[in-house]
Design a protein around this ligand. Structure first.
Ligand SMILES: Nc1ncnc2c1ncn2[C@@H]1O[C@H](COP(=O)(O)OP(=O)(O)OP(=O)(O)O)[C@@H](O)[C@H]1O
Ligand SMILES: [Mg+2]
Length: 298
């Protein structure tokens, strides 16, 4: 069964419905969702964002802060198509009603925007499964740790054979199967490592081997990762990401770390099939005396 999943190759068409998912909490889903959304906005696409984390609403919160910061500073910031940011209208509905309503929301979003970005909660919910079944592309961030491998599957410690796919991998498989039977389209799945530390070369090699083995057996691609950098969270309260920084939008002094982070975002956008963002203008660093830069250089 999993061999068939691995044979479902990446589609040649650019993905239009991108679901950010991982049933493990705190893996970086919302962080990635806002960075991908802002990268697309700066590549002049229309973007709709659906926040299915009905409790935390991090993405909805981010875009409200963005609108407020833009008003207060007078700086122009591209925004997603309006009124599609909230999944909160699904609260209190039965699973079936919520799934139906979400299907309609996704249809509306796909009519109005080039790309629909869906952030999902760190748990298995009916709406999250529905969203996964509608994805052209699933992007799964995972923390750079052996502990987080279980959410993809377990492999034999010696042979690296898959001993058991995870519940999340099975849910993705189910989504792929439904999508293939319905729309006769495959779902591309990219796993990215998040919060990569600078100092773990030996551990990293073992993690890489394990991830490669899982990738073939569970059926996902491995994308470029994101380092652990303060700037991926320090711009959140302004409703900004590294994609937004420019000579007029720089609420914090821009350092070499920002330049490097922008490069990481470019690599991710390229890997998920959105190469246009690669042309985003370089930003100029004002300072180099930054703790993270020192750590990276060491
Ligand atoms: N690459 C990174 N560098 C530094 N901090 C990060 C990075 N990625 C995520 N974080 C921080 O880690 C925390 C968890 O990230 P995030 O909220 O994006 O995860 P999540 O998967 O959406 O969590 P949940 O399952 O609770 O929705 C946040 O404080 C976020 O700012
Ligand atoms: Mg989240």
């Amino acid at each position: 069964m999993l061999n068939i999943a691995s044979r479902m190759a990446a589609s040649a068409e650019p993905p239009r419905i991108i679901v950010i998912g991982n049933e493990k909490g705190g893996a970086g889903k919302s962080t990635l969702a806002i960075h991908i959304a802002c990268g697309l906005l700066h590549d002049s696409h229309t973007v709709a964002v659906i926040d299915l984390d009905l409790r935390q609403q991090s993405v909805g919160h981010f875009f409200r802060s963005r609108a407020a910061w833009s008003r207060a500073s007078g700086a122009y910031l591209p925004m997603p198509v309006e009124r599609l940011e909230e999944g909160s209208s699904l609260l209190g509905l039965s699973d079936e009603e919520a799934a139906q309503k979400l299907e309609a929301m996704i249809d509306t979003a796909a009519d109005r925007a080039d790309y629909v970005i869906i952030d999902t909660p760190g748990a298995d919910t009916a709406v999250s499964r529905t969203a996964h079944g509608r994805a052209d592309l699933i992007v799964t961030p995972m923390n750079d740790s052996f502990v987080d491998f279980d959410m993809l599957g377990t492999v034999d410690p010696v042979t690296l054979e898959l001993t058991k796919p995870s519940l999340y991998a099975e849910a993705v498989w189910e989504g792929r199967k439904r999508r293939m039977m319905g729309a006769r389209k495959s779902i591309d799945w990219v796993v990215l490592r998040n919060r990569l530390a600078t100092t773990e070369a030996r551990n990293r090699k073992r993690l890489d081997e394990r991830l490669q083995a899982l990738s073939k057996r569970v059926g996902f691609r491995i994308g470029p990762g994101l380092r652990d950098r303060v700037i991926y969270r320090e711009l959140f309260p302004f409703g900004l990401t590294v994609a937004d920084l420019s000579p007029t939008v720089r609420p914090v002094p821009v350092s070499l770390t920002h330049v490097a982070a922008r490069q990481e975002l470019r690599a991710i956008m390229g890997a998920i099939g959105i190469p246009g963002y690669a042309a985003a203008p370089e930003i100029e660093a004002e300072s180099v005396a930054d703790d993270e830069v020192v750590a990276e250089a060491s």
